[in-house]
Design a protein around this ligand. Structure first.
Ligand code: SF4
Ligand code: SF4
Length: 99
């Protein structure tokens, strides 16, 4: 029997989640940035993210409304394609985030 892989979905902006997402922007100290030139789209980071804040497809994107900056995705990435950056620091050479 063939196996199928169902990846977690990015949380939707349902009632009751907006206050939480707004808080994340206040206290998050770091954010993940994905180097797509290193990423092999294995999906491991999507499975390990406790917030379901990562979305896959042709690239891995972090939904910063829900990411709490824990760094688990970076630690679990076998290709070391995710680096944690201090909040408010943006490197135009890296791809990630949705803002
Ligand atoms: S774990 Fe790393 S290599 Fe795998 S999809 Fe995520 S960013 Fe890409
Ligand atoms: S830093 Fe934590 S919450 Fe944010 S995307 Fe990575 S695993 Fe998810």
């Amino acid at each position: 029997m063939s196996k199928s892989l169902t990846l977690p979905r990015t949380p939707s902006a349902e009632a009751g989640t907006m206050a939480r997402s707004s808080l994340a922007r206040v206290w998050r100290e770091q954010r993940p940035l994905v180097k797509m030139d290193l990423c092999n789209l294995c999906g491991r980071c999507l499975f390990y993210c406790p917030e379901g804040a990562l979305a896959g497809g042709r690239e891995i994107l972090a939904n910063l409304d829900f990411c709490k900056g824990c760094g688990i995705c970076a630690n679990e990435c076998p290709a070391r394609a995710i680096v944690m950056q201090p909040e408010y620091t943006k490197d135009p050479g890296l791809i990630g985030g949705d803002e």
